[in-house]
Design a binder for this molecule. Structure first.
Ligand SMILES: [Fe+2]
Ligand SMILES: [Fe+2]
Length: 287
């Protein structure tokens, strides 16, 4: 069986649509009936299957293998704009529900941040936060690119979505990894904690020398819902992490809820973003 061919989602953004169902912007908007209907739908079924694969295979060793492979940055050199355009080729024509391409999601996020008057590095973070999804175009399966992220090397929290599937993960029965702290020390700080592999960690490693610390936390932990929404891993966090997660939460609201009625016009915005990118990043990045 080739694990790389296991891609249950019709479109990788269905994972993010599921997040909005889990964490609706206005809790009252989510009627019980609507949520039940969704849980019974075929879409929810594919999301469950997706998390089953993610939780089964994202073990400590799996993360080490992916880091060894991708953190040598041998996939190629691209400017950020080229990477965004490359990412935008990730469109699934078979999905009639698709509303937004990847570029639109990035621009909606960054434009919403901009219109609230935040500093330019925050706008840039919105614009590039999902560029690590190019992993999909390097042949990686969906469950190793998107989905909630979580620490590996210690026991999996019950607060992680579909945590029942962690029983399939070999680390769950490995005494080295299946205690509350596992290989870590209490409040050792997230920088010392290995996270499940995906687009967040990958992009963080690509841009870590160029952006302010707040931006790097947003990029690295934006899919770590078990912490930024559920506070399930306070015992691994240090004081800096706790402070920086205020920014991660601030960012998350733009990531999830910035769907504008009129899609941003990418052509007219391009010069602004080219200037912004060149203010912070080198001409090309190694992927
Ligand atoms: Fe993301
Ligand atoms: Fe996003």
């Amino acid at each position: 069986m080739d694990l790389n061919n296991l891609n249950p989602l019709e479109n990788i953004d269905h994972w993010e649509d599921d997040l909005i169902k889990r964490y609706p912007e206005n809790k009252n908007e989510k009627s019980q009936k609507e949520f039940r209907d969704y849980q019974n739908s075929k879409r929810a079924e594919t999301v469950r299957e997706f998390y089953k694969l993610n939780h089964k295979y994202q073990s400590y060793n799996f993360v080490c293998e992916k880091e060894n492979r991708f953190l040598q940055f041998k996939q190629g050199e691209m400017s950020l704009w080229e990477a965004v355009e490359f990412l935008n080729t990730l469109i699934d024509d078979s999905d009639p529900d698709i509303e937004l391409d990847q570029l639109q999601h990035l621009l909606q996020t960054s434009e919403a941040i901009k219109s609230d008057g935040h500093p330019d590095w925050f706008v840039l973070t919105g614009f590039l936060h999902d560029v690590g999804k190019v992993l999909c175009l390097f042949g990686e399966p969906q469950w190793a690119v998107v989905g909630d992220t979580f620490p590996v090397g210690c026991s999996f929290s019950k607060s992680i979505v579909h945590s029942e599937y962690f029983s399939l993960n070999p680390d769950s029965t490995n005494p080295k990894y299946n205690t509350k702290l596992g290989i870590y020390k209490e409040n050792c700080g997230l920088d010392n904690v290995k996270m499940s592999w995906g687009h967040d960690e990958y992009l963080y490693q690509i841009v870590k020398d160029y952006l302010p610390q707040e931006a790097l936390y947003m990029i690295r932990y934006h899919s770590f819902y078990a912490q930024h929404k559920e506070q399930a891993y306070d015992y691994l966090m240090n004081d800096t992490d706790l402070k920086m997660f205020d920014w991660v939460r601030k960012f998350n609201a733009y990531d999830l809820y910035s769907k504008a009625p009129v899609p941003p016009d990418s052509q007219s915005l391009k010069p602004y973003y080219e200037d912004l990118v060149s203010k912070y990043l080198p001409n090309t990045l190694n992927f």
